[in-house]
Design a protein around this ligand. Structure first.
Ligand code: FAD
Length: 416
């Protein structure tokens, strides 16, 4: 079994599709090594195991709205695409989406997946409670009232248990307009970065860091937000655009200010098409928004080194949250994303140089994308890192949910 990008063949010895949570709990209890997979959109080995791989698609796929509480309960294997359609039919929405709706809710939340918007927390920010099967097979539900256990478990890197359900906060459905602007001068961008990144509900900049302009700015505005008259020297695109200049905009959500539903504007890519480029790799580094101009300059200085490897880079933002291992933990952030050509050896050889350039800004890597795990001082980056490690070790003393990547981050659970 491979991941979505096809750069990784999982090491699983056995693939299981339990049909009930009770069956899953028994499977976890009797397995030595076990991990869940969602839609397999991660680029690294965070979800790998040489034991049992569990897919949750044979479990009942529930989406239950509670209009009074303004929450929805979803089963672990449900994708955002499926969830959004059910929510919209009932007149509800979630606050934000990643660039693609294809990913599973549980898998996305476990890695701290996010969209953009200075006031929008990551997708984990909507989680009100989480149902887990722990290493012993015990089933638990943790909610905000459970404090640290909950804050550790939501962005849990799959190390704390198998997520069988989540309760997410919802809000009334809303409408949006999407506009792409072209050729934003770097000079204006660096001078007015906060204003630019705050200029709509969700803002993304697409660049290859070379030259004097940022090639595209994607603005996703709430329908009521006033249209912009002038945009820092950038010009409105006259036709729909794909972030990659050579790709057709057919697989992108509608632009040119055409009003539409939140679920048809928040992602960049449409559910019925292949998202992004398809044959690609990704990395992303999240750091305090206050450091964004200096961090962007540091990456610009590497433009020549990036050129042979990069399809395009995206700059997004996110609000602070409280989840112990969330890359957005307690800091309003900018996220510097890199869509790489499928040249894994070359990308991995270059990553330490990029990571060194971003280290002075306290960059935290996206847990589901490519990074060099040995290059980080995790305790310095994550104030609750030691607490997370102790909690993970207590809940999974035999290291059932571990793999090589998690051991290199969290320390080896049990020597094998
Ligand atoms: C084209 C593309 C675009 C992307 N765009 C974005 C973006 O806009 N923003 C962003 O932040 N990221 C983005 N990503 C990255 C992606 O969102 C994350 O890698 C996310 O984790 C993928 O979710 P998944 O369901 O595929 O999880 P998987 O890759 O299947 O698993 C990820 C992790 O979650 C764990 N996991 C999965 N299901 C469960 C479960 N039920 N219980 C416990 N643990 C579980 C796995 O063990 C693993 O550790 C993108 C990826 C691709 C391929």
């Amino acid at each position: 079994m491979k991941n979505w990008a096809g750069n990784l063949e999982y090491a699983s010895a056995d693939i299981q599709r339990p049909e009930s949570v009770a069956e899953l709990a028994e499977l976890v209890a009797r397995s030595d090594r076990i991990k869940a997979l969602g839609s397999r959109h991660s680029f690294n080995t965070v979800g790998d195991t040489d034991g049992v791989h569990v897919l949750l698609d044979a479990l009942p796929q529930q989406v239950e709205l509670d209009r009074e509480r303004k929450t929805v309960r979803v089963s672990g294997g449900v994708s955002y695409g499926a969830l959004c359609r059910v929510l919209e039919k009932s007149g509800f929405a979630i606050h934000n989406l990643a660039s693609l709706p294809h990913i599973s809710v549980a898998g996305a939340v476990q890695t701290g997946t996010h969209g953009s918007g200075v006031n929008n927390p990551s997708l984990a920010g909507a989680v009100e409670s989480i149902d887990l099967v722990r290493a012993s097979g015990e089933q638990v539900t943790l909610s905000r009232a459970d404090g640290g256990d909950f804050l550790a478990s939501v962005v849990g890197l799959g190390a704390l248990g198998i997520v069988t359900g989540l309760e997410l906060a919802v809000r009334p459905s809303f409408r949006m307009r999407q506009r792409v602007l072209e050729d934003l001068p770097w000079e204006r961008a660096l001078e007015k970065l906060n204003a630019i990144l705050s200029s709509a509900y969700s803002v993304s900049l697409f660049t290859d860091y070379a030259g004097e302009t940022i090639s595209q700015v994607w603005l996703k505005a709430l329908d009521g937000e006033p249209p912009l008259q002038e945009f820092f020297g950038a010009t409105p695109a006259q036709r729909p655009r794909h972030p990659l200049p050579e790709m057709s905009a057919e697989n992108c959500t509608l632009q040119l200010d055409e009003p539409g539903l939140w679920l048809d504007r928040l992602p960049h890519f449409r559910h019925e098409f292949t998202p992004s480029k398809g044959e690609e790799l990704q990395s992303e580094f999240i750091l305090p928004l206050a450091h964004a101009p200096a961090a962007l300059q540091a990456v610009r200085a590497l433009a020549d080194r990036l050129a042979p490897l990069l399809f395009v880079s995206e700059v997004r933002t996110g609000a602070a949250d409280e989840f112990w291992l969330s890359p957005f933990y307690r800091q309003q952030s900018v996220a510097l994303h890199f869509t790489w050509k499928p040249l894994q050896r070359e990308v991995e050889a270059f990553l330490p140089e990029l990571e060194a350039a971003l280290r002075p800004f306290g960059a935290r890597p996206h847990w589901g994308k490519l990074f060099s795990p040995d290059g980080y001082d995790w305790e310095k980056l994550y104030p609750r890192f030691a607490d997370f490690r102790s909690f993970a070790a207590a809940g999974d003393p035999e290291g059932k949910f571990r793999n090589g990547l998690l051991d290199s981050i969290l320390g080896v659970a049990v020597p094998r």
